[in-house]
Ligand binder design. Structure first.
Ligand code: GTP
Ligand code: MG
Length: 206
């Protein structure tokens, strides 16, 4: 059994490449930031563009919201709570909207981010595809705590029966681990269902 006397050879590490395996053009960040700072939705009824993040557990959905806010605030921020380690259960449990504050305090940019519970492996675990579809249509109210075993019902106080255009999700963003081959098949199935629902609703997807 193992132990210090084991003669097992040490596992070989892949050699570090001398040059990057591909060049990535990140574009002009200043121009992108300028565009976002000046951005106004064309539809005047719309208070903000709502962007919803979804994906497996621990892939950095909440961290990304903080990263975007860091850029706008020019300092480290921790608006969205993130987990400190990789787990198989989602750290984010509630439906929360994050706004980005403008330089003139009290005003916010006309785009918001919605963070949700991750898609966990297996049935009855993590956010349900049905709840995500309700969120896309604007039926989920702020602060709703997702129940992996049952979807939000129309009689629940967190059910928004008459969503405004600003309550609806306008852009759906899928997050995934760079090592996508690790994504479990049940999670991939939920992602497929969500993408199909978003396509039926005509949502932009990234
Ligand atoms: N290496 C690396 N780690 C990251 C990155 N983004 C987030 N992390 C780390 O991954 C862990 C999980 O990040 P979260 O932002 O909580 O992930 P999440 O998708 O919101 O997770 P759940 O809410 O649990 O579904 C944290 O320890 C982060 O520091 C990244 O781009 N690269
Ligand atoms: Mg999270």
């Amino acid at each position: 059994m193992g132990g210090s006397g084991s003669s097992q050879p040490a596992p070989q590490r892949a050699p570090i490449l001398k040059t990057p395996w591909r060049d990535i053009s990140w574009g002009d960040n200043r121009e992108a930031l300028h565009y976002l700072k000046k951005f106004q939705p064309q539809n005047e009824e719309l208070k903000h563009i709502r962007v919803l993040f979804y994906g497996p557990v621990g892939v950095g959905k909440s961290s990304f919201i903080n990263s975007v806010n860091n850029v706008f605030q020019q300092r480290m921020t921790h608006q969205a709570l993130t987990s400190t380690r990789t787990a198989d259960q989602s750290f984010t449990k509630k439906y929360e909207t994050y706004k980005i504050q403008k330089e003139d305090r009290g005003n916010f940019y006309p785009f918001v981010f919605n963070d949700i519970m991750g898609l966990e492996d297996g049935d009855g675990r993590g956010v349900r595809a049905d709840d995500l579809k309700l969120a896309l249509m604007g039926h989920v109210k702020e602060g709703y705590k997702f129940h992996p075993l049952s979807s939000l019902s129309a009689c629940d106080p967190y059910y928004n029966s008459s969503p405004s255009i600003s309550d609806r999700v306008h852009v759906l963003v899928c997050f995934n681990n760079a090592n996508a081959s690790e994504t479990k098949s049940s999670v991939l199935q939920k992602m497929k269902e969500i993408r199909e629902a978003a396509s039926d609703l005509g949502k932009k997807q990234k």
